[in-house]
Write a protein that binds this ligand. Structure first.
Ligand SMILES: [Zn+2]
Length: 338
C-alpha cells in the first residue's frame, strides 16, 4: 500500500465514523496532520542551524590565526559553543508549542460534537467550554509529567542535546588528533548533520574507521522520532481528555492507519471487541497513543446518536433521576467551577 491511498482511507474511515459530524472529524484531523508535516523540517532546521554555527566558528578561528591545522586551541575555543549548542532549548520550545497544538487537535472533535448537541438545548455553553479548557490544560501537563525509563520528557529532550554535543565533539576531536584542515572539519560537521554518518563514511572512510558507531547515523531523525511520539501522545491525551467531559461520549475508537504492511499491535487495538463496535474501547479503558514509534493510527470518540441523546436530555431536565449519568455529568463536569 502506498502512502497516499492509506491517508485517504483513514479520512474515509473517520468520515464514516463521524457521520453527521464528519466536518468536525476532518477539522481535527487536518490540525494534527498539518502539525506533523511541519515537524520534519522544523527539527532538521534546529540541528542544521546549530551545526552551521559551530562550523562557522571553526572557519573564523582559522581566519583569525588559530592555526592551519586543528589543534587544542580550537578545542578550547569551541568548548563553549558545544556546551550551549541550543539543541535542548530549541527542541523544548518546539515541543512546548506542538504539545498544546496536538492536544487542541485531539480535543476538536469531541468539543465540536458536544457543543453542537448542547446548542440544541437550553443549557448555557460557557461552563462546558470551561470544562474542555480545563481538561486540555491537564492533558498538556500530563504529557510533560510522563516518564519513560524513569525520565521525564524534559530529561529525554536533554539527552538529545547531550548526544549531539558528543557527536560534534567526536568529529572535532578527530580533526585535532589527525591535524586536519579546519575548513575540512567544518565541512564534515555540516555534511554529517545534513546527510548522516553514511555520507561521511563515503567521503572520509578512514575517519569513519576510527570513529565506528560512536556517532549516530542520523542524529536529527532520532530527535524527530521523539517529537513525533510526544505529539501523537498529546493528540491521544487531548482526545481522551475532551471525550471524558462530553455527556454523549460512549467509547473510543482506534482507527488504524493504512501504512501498516505487517500486522502489529495496532491491528489488535483496531479489532478489539468490547461489545461497543469494532475497535471501540470503553470510557476509562482507552488505549494510549501511539502504539509504537511513528505509529500513524488515531483515536476518535464515539458519541450517542444526537436524537437519542436529546431525548434523554429532555427526560433528565424534567426528572434528574431518570438519567443518573447525565445528572452526574451535570454536577461533576458542567457545574464544576474550579
Ligand atoms: Zn499504528
Amino acid at each position: 500500500m502506498g502512502k497516499l491511498p492509506s491517508a485517504q482511507e483513514l479520512l474515509e474511515q473517520l468520515k464514516l465514523i463521524a457521520g453527521p459530524f464528519a466536518e468536525y472529524a476532518l477539522r481535527g484531523r487536518k490540525k494534527y496532520v498539518d502539525l506533523r508535516l511541519r515537524q520534519d523540517q522544523a527539527v532538521r532546521s534546529i540541528y542544521i542551524r546549530s551545526a552551521d554555527k559551530i562550523a562557522k566558528e571553526i572557519r573564523r578561528l582559522k581566519r583569525t590565526g588559530a592555526g592551519s591545522e586543528m589543534n587544542m586551541r580550537y578545542l578550547a575555543s569551541l568548548r563553549d559553543s558545544l556546551k550551549h549548542n541550543g539543541i535542548g532549548e530549541s527542541l523544548q520550545e518546539l515541543l512546548t508549542k506542538d504539545i498544546v497544538k496536538a492536544v487542541d487537535a485531539g480535543s476538536t472533535y469531541s468539543l465540536e460534537v458536544t457543543m453542537s448537541q448542547i446548542s440544541k438545548t437550553k443549557l448555557v455553553k460557557q461552563p462546558l467550554q470551561r470544562a474542555f479548557f480545563r481538561v486540555n490544560e491537564r492533558a498538556v501537563e500530563a504529557i510533560w509529567a510522563r516518564t519513560q525509563h524513569g525520565l521525564h520528557l524534559s530529561d529525554r529532550i536533554w539527552k538529545h542535546d547531550q548526544k549531539y554535543r558528543m557527536a560534534m565533539s567526536e568529529i572535532i576531536q578527530d580533526g585535532v588528533a589527525t591535524g586536519a584542515d579546519p575548513v575540512e572539519t567544518a565541512r564534515q560537521l555540516e555534511k554529517y548533520i545534513r546527510r548522516g554518518r553514511k555520507t561521511l563514511a563515503v567521503d572520509y572512510p578512514e575517519m569513519m574507521d576510527r570513529m565506528g558507531n560512536r556517532i549516530p547515523q542520523d542524529i536529527s531523525y532520532e530527535a524527530l522520532r521523539l517529537v513525533r511520539t510526544e505529539t501523537a501522545a498529546a493528540f491521544g491525551e487531548g482526545t481522551i481528555a475532551a471525550a471524558s467531559v462530553s455527556p454523549s461520549y460512549t467509547g473510543m475508537k482506534w482507527v488504524i492507519s493504512g501504512s501498516h504492511p505487517i500486522p502489529d499491535i495496532c491491528d489488535d487495538l483496531a479489532n478489539a471487541d468490547h461489545g461497543l463496535g469494532k475497535g471501540v474501547w470503553p470510557p476509562g479503558q482507552e488505549p494510549p497513543m501511539p502504539a509504537h514509534p511513528n505509529c500513524l493510527c488515531v483515536l476518535i470518540s464515539v458519541h450517542e446518536d444526537t436524537d437519542d441523546f436529546m431525548k434523554r436530555l429532555n427526560e433528565w431536565t424534567k426528572d434528574p433521576k431518570s438519567h443518573p449519568d447525565l445528572e452526574d455529568w451535570y454536577k461533576n463536569v458542567y457545574s464544576e467551577v474550579a
